[in-house]
Design a protein around this ligand. Structure first.
Ligand SMILES: Cc1ncc(COP(=O)(O)O)c(C=O)c1O
Length: 394
């Protein structure tokens, strides 16, 4: 055994212990029905269409597609993204305000890297996205949290934090939030923008799920109400294929300039081959038709999960997502989500305990449930198993 004591950086002690390792270990068993993960539905990945696009890119100019490229990303892909923002959401986006990243998860790291000094305040929703908590923690900030209600941010709490704590940025997911599945109402978005306007806090709008509304209608982003103070991140993971690891950030040019420097230092550029494949794919298929297929499947699964929860576990309350991939449930008094997780594994059903989503503690009475990945049969069987677990613990 080595006697060397590795001298890891002190910042590592600020990063929350990941529960995900344990989760992956236990849910690797194929007998377990998992509502704990966060995968899009594998059966809805258009593998044939992506294979055709890949062949076309290789036939066109394989050498160029497999070379190094510039840090900002493939221009036609950035133009496609900008055009879609203009057409779908009425935002005046241009390709030079867009930077391609290695999945939108990378935006969280690079954005925190260019904005946070140790001890600075960053604010987010409560509950908040676990991947953001982990990414921000490496930069040793104080993380403040604002309660997320059914119609969006708690405005009193938000105003209090913006004026009193002066966060460098506020990170939020207005569309089908992870973990809760909640969507900010339009009034809430306007009020958030009004509160933000007199401050110099940036709103970081993570829009991983904005194309996954069950009614296929776009919701106006907060960026629409305060364009200069907002950045948006987006991703092809949930709508095309997460394994490609292609996402983007749309931000004012001054931010893009610094972001680009950080991106170059991190990895030079994102996978150019995949960027070209994606662009070929997006311009040769009917993306809106594909989205309608995905959202109608997710809507059915979500509805089934909600109905079964209401029928089988009426003393458990849950959110009512309008889109996305998750819902959150609150357990009846006296039940702990950790116990539900542990006993669930024995019954071969996995749910995700809520605690890791609460930066300031709490959440032990909540669980996050994913409906995009399991089949309808698995949702039905899994909820019957979960019902037995809850009843045995009551
Ligand atoms: C809210 C949110 N943001 C960002 C990500 C990261 O996704 P990707 O890096 O695949 O774009 C996820 C992944 O689940 C997410 O839920």
């Amino acid at each position: 055994m080595s006697i060397l004591q590795f001298r890891f950086a002190a910042r590592l002690s600020r990063v929350p212990e990941s529960f995900l390792d344990e989760l992956f270990r236990v849910s690797a068993d194929p007998a377990i029905i998992s509502f704990a993960g966060g995968l899009p539905c594998t059966a809805l990945i258009d593998t044939e269409g992506i294979a055709r696009a890949t062949n076309a890119v290789l036939e066109d100019d394989a050498g160029a597609a497999l070379q190094y490229t510039t840090t900002d990303g493939y221009l036609p892909l950035r133009e496609y993204i900008a055009q879609r923002y203009r057409a779908r959401l009425g935002i005046a986006a241009t390709a030079d305000e867009i930077q391609i990243v290695n999945g939108s998860q990378q935006c969280l790291d690079l954005f925190a890297k260019i904005f946070l000094n140790p001890g600075d305040t960053v604010a987010m929703e409560r509950p908040g996205y676990l991947g953001a908590i982990e990414a921000f923690s490496f930069y040793e900030p104080r993380i403040s949290a604002v309660r997320l209600n059914d119609d969006g941010l708690d405005l009193t709490g938000f105003a209090h934090i913006i004026s009193g704590e002066h966060p460098r940025f506020f990170y939020g997911i207005p569309n089908s939030q992870n973990p809760s599945g909640r969507t900010y109402s339009q009034d809430n978005r306007k009020a958030v923008a009004e509160i933000l306007a007199p401050s110099d806090t940036i709103f970081y709008e993570d829009d991983a799920f904005g194309e996954l509304f069950f009614d296929a209608k776009p919701r106006p982003p907060i960026k629409k109400y305060c364009p200069d103070q907002t950045v948006i991140s987006g991703s092809f993971s949930k709508i095309i294929a997460p394994g490609m690891r292609i996402g983007w950030i749309l931000a004012p040019r001054d931010i893009i300039q610094q972001f680009n420097i950080a991106k170059q230092a991190a990895d030079l550029h994102s996978n150019f081959f995949c960027q070209k494949i994606l662009h070929r794919y997006l311009t040769s298929c009917d993306i809106d038709a594909r989205l309608r297929t995905i959202t109608s499947v997710y809507q059915r699964k979500c509805r089934l999960m909600c109905e079964l929860l209401d029928d089988l576990l009426p003393d458990l309350t849950h959110t009512h997502p309008e889109g996305g991939m998750f819902l959150m449930a609150e357990l009846p008094p006296g039940l702990s989500s950790r116990r539900i997780f542990e006993e669930g594994i024995r019954e071969h059903v996995a749910v995700l305990p809520g605690q890791p989503f609460y930066v300031d503690g709490g959440g032990n009475d909540t669980i996050r449930m994913n409906f995009s990945s399991p089949t309808e049969e698995q949702i039905s069987e899994g909820l019957h198993r979960l019902t037995r677990v809850v009843r045995d613990l009551q």
